[in-house]
Design a protein around this ligand. Structure first.
Ligand code: TRP
Length: 327
């Protein structure tokens, strides 16, 4: 039997190079992999409701995100792209799964603890159920392969536990889903400390103009032990060097040697990165501008994706209702 891909992303608007390196490049690559029958990508708008700030421009943010996905090479003929809330079966499955998920287990999920710290005034029920809904997303399509960043691995572990429990109680129904990491599972922001993220404003947008890319790269934190131009650098701890791994693969060794030997300074090194990054982003910017000329394109793709997703989802739910005794 063929394997099946599912991934989800909250509608965060314009995507950044961290999203691309950590996830989107994998979405694009998996399109050519014959191992899979379906590749399904979901704009998880229900998940976005956990934070009021994210709900403000939900539609616009979904639009910008999907436009970036298309510009990055996602092909709606090969991938099903749809908004989570348009397939209401997932909410029903979420309720059913919530009945077999131990509460104590959910309190121990690291992202829950983190959210409690981040938004102490809004510790809602949905926050706790976040990974249960995510499990519903994946197994509604009986997906087994989930391309996400390493921060999502604990959610997948919980998803497998829920699947095993369901299969045990109601009979074999769902496959266990596993995380599929990229070769760069963690991309740091321009601060060099935290994960690249729009909310921290430490990101570089895929569609940013060349000047803005240059400005952001120039403000990147490098090896802080390197104070003077003549000090030797330590590429292995420098975030600019990490990005060179992705954007300057041919010159990597040379950059490392020149940095260690203080033959190049951080400014030179950053300019090189900015240039290579801009070269990589040029075709992306062109495609994005071209796709944006058709205001219906994204919405039509999401509409079509919804139909295809729902066809699978309704079959799964018919089975699930029988198994749990509702039908
Ligand atoms: N939790 C994921 C994130 O924050 C988003 C997500 C929701 C997801 N449902 C999913 C990812 C299903 C993969 C599969 O990035």
């Amino acid at each position: 039997m063929k394997k099946r891909v599912f991934s989800g992303a909250r509608p965060t608007g314009k995507q950044h190079i961290g999203n691309y390196i950590g996830a989107i490049q994998n979405y694009v690559r998996l399109q050519e992999d014959e191992e899979f029958d379906y590749r399904i990508y979901c704009v998880v708008d229900l998940h976005a409701l956990i934070s009021l700030q994210e709900t403000e421009n939900l539609h616009q943010n979904a639009y910008e995100m999907v436009l970036d996905w298309l510009a990055a090479g996602m092909d709606p003929k090969k991938s099903i792209i749809f908004p989570q809330s348009r397939v209401p079966e997932v909410s029903e499955l979420h309720v059913i799964l919530s009945m077999i998920t131990p509460l104590g287990r959910l309190y121990r999920v690291p992202t829950f603890k983190e959210k409690v710290r981040q938004q102490p005034d809004n510790v809602n029920y949905g926050l706790l159920g976040y990974p249960v809904l995510m499990t519903g997303d994946i197994i509604l399509y009986k997906a087994d392969t989930v391309p996400v960043g390493e921060d999502q691995a604990p959610h997948l572990e919980l998803a497998r536990e829920i699947v095993r429990r369901f299969n045990n109680i109601f009979g074999e129904t769902f496959p266990e889903p596993f995380v599929r990491l990229t070769s760069f599972p963690r991309v740091l922001g321009i601060d060099g400390v935290q994960k690249m993220s729009k909310s921290l404003n430490n990101h570089i947008e895929l569609s940013a103009p060349a000047k803005e890319v240059e400005r952001r790269v120039k403000s990147m934190v490098t090896d802080q032990a390197r104070v003077y131009r003549t000090d030797p650098g330590h590429p292995e701890i420098c975030n600019v060097f990490s990005l060179h791994k992705f954007y300057s693969p041919d010159r990597l060794e040379e950059i490392a040697v020149d940095c260690r030997g203080a033959k190049i300074g951080c400014v030179d090194c950053k300019m090189m990165l900015a240039n290579n990054l801009n070269k990589a982003l040029d075709p992306f910017r062109e495609r994005r501008a071209q796709f944006a000329t058709d205001p219906n394109l994204v919405w039509d793709i999401l509409e079509d994706g919804t139909k295809r997703a729902r066809a699978i989802a309704s079959q799964t739910m018919a089975k699930v209702r029988q198994k749990v005794g509702l039908a």
